[in-house]
Design a protein around this ligand. Structure first.
Ligand code: PHE
Length: 345
């Protein structure tokens, strides 16, 4: 080989080494691969560029200068590429490939209060806004507050309607919130505007009854209270709770502790008053009400000649099921505590 050809051959080799080194470096996928490339070109023993540099002293001085310049330039370029790729590969963004900040979030599952707790709060709110005060009276009660003081003497057949659980002859699981009426009167603070919401128990279980349910009882006692006040308060309740289109009506009934007594009906939520298989008449029954019996006022220490009042009371669960947007076929589902069911509301 002539001197010139040797130089050209050396120089081509360096240029092609530099080219392939840069290509391999830019394709490296991780730091290990990059380290392998660094060794391939620069390891003291066998590195391809390192070898040429090591052999430089063996070359003739002129050749040495030209080849030396080129190989040093190649060394600088390749080292720079290694450096850059290395910092690229160790940057946090490429190490966190699994994190896609544009992916939609996974919503945290959120619970809610039980349907009946929500209904109780809504009912209390409706009455509290017109001046009633929330109360809660004993759920285990004596015969006097439950029956006798409410004008139902021992052995009176009316008692049968309440399907009561007896703890002893004289103590019962209260079957209705009306047992709170006398306790409220005994506080001796007139006028009275009470909304008593408590748990009640009755020996019943079918698609429209549970053995333990909540009732709410309104009691208002003041001077010159009349039936129209009762109707006004109940209309307010029905329209707030069910919606403005749900009218109510009072239907004569019989309770021992109110006189006169009524049952309250509301326009049926299924047919909106037209009459359907469920309600027949276009109306469905909410619960009982009436003007407080003078004897009950007396039993509560209130003079019936000076004061009068009204009372009403019925089940929270039933009332909740009569909302037009609630469609629950069996009241017992409410207390099965099946999250899949409760989650729907
Ligand atoms: N306590 C009665 C019942 O459970 C309803 C009622 C309440 C009636 C208040 C009149 C006055 O059936």
């Amino acid at each position: 080989m002539t001197r010139l050809r040797v130089i050209i051959w050396e120089m081509e080799k360096i240029v092609s080494l530099q080219k392939s080194a840069l290509k391999e470096i830019s394709a490296a996928k991780d730091l290990d691969e990059l380290e392998g490339l660094r060794r391939k070109y620069f390891s003291k023993k066998s590195g391809e560029l390192a070898k040429i540099i090591k052999d430089l002293p063996k070359l003739e001085p002129e050749k040495r200068r030209e080849v030396g310049q080129l190989v040093n330039q190649a060394k600088v370029e390749v080292e720079k590429a290694l450096e850059e790729k290395s910092s690229q590969l160790s940057a946090p963004s490429s190490q966190l490939d699994w994190l896609d900040i544009t992916a939609p979030g996974i919503p945290t599952p959120e619970g809610h209060l039980h349907l009946i707790t929500q209904a109780i709060r809504e009912i209390s709110g409706i009455f509290e806004r017109i001046g009633f005060v929330r109360r809660r009276y004993p759920e285990v009660e004596t015969d006097w507050y439950t029956f006798e003081g409410l004008n139902m003497p021992k052995n009176h057949p009316a008692r049968d309607e309440w399907e009561t659980f007896f703890i002893t002859d004289n103590i019962v699981l209260t079957p209705h919130t009306s047992s709170g009426q006398l306790r409220e009167m005994e506080r001796g603070q007139l006028p009275i505007r009470m909304i008593n919401i408590s748990r009640c128990a009755r020996r019943q279980s079918d698609i429209s009854h549970v053995p333990i349910h909540y009732e709410f009882e309104g009691l208002l006692i003041d001077k010159n209270v009349s039936i129209s006040h009762l109707k006004g308060v109940l209309t307010h309740f029905a329209q707030e709770f069910f919606g403005p289109e749900r009218k109510i009506r009072l239907r004569p009934y019989d309770f021992r502790f109110t006189e006169p007594s009524f049952e309250i009906d509301v326009i049926c939520h299924l047919c909106q008053g037209k009459g359907c298989r469920f309600c027949e008449s276009g109306w469905t029954e909410l619960g009982g009400a009436g003007m407080v019996h003078p004897k009950v006022l007396e039993n509560g220490g209130i003079d019936p000649k000076e004061y009068s009042g009204f009372a009403f009371g019925w089940g929270v669960e039933r009332t909740y099921l009569m909302k037009s947007n609630v469609n629950i076929p069996d009241i017992r589902l409410i207390y099965k505590n099946d999250i899949r069911f409760l989650k729907q509301f």
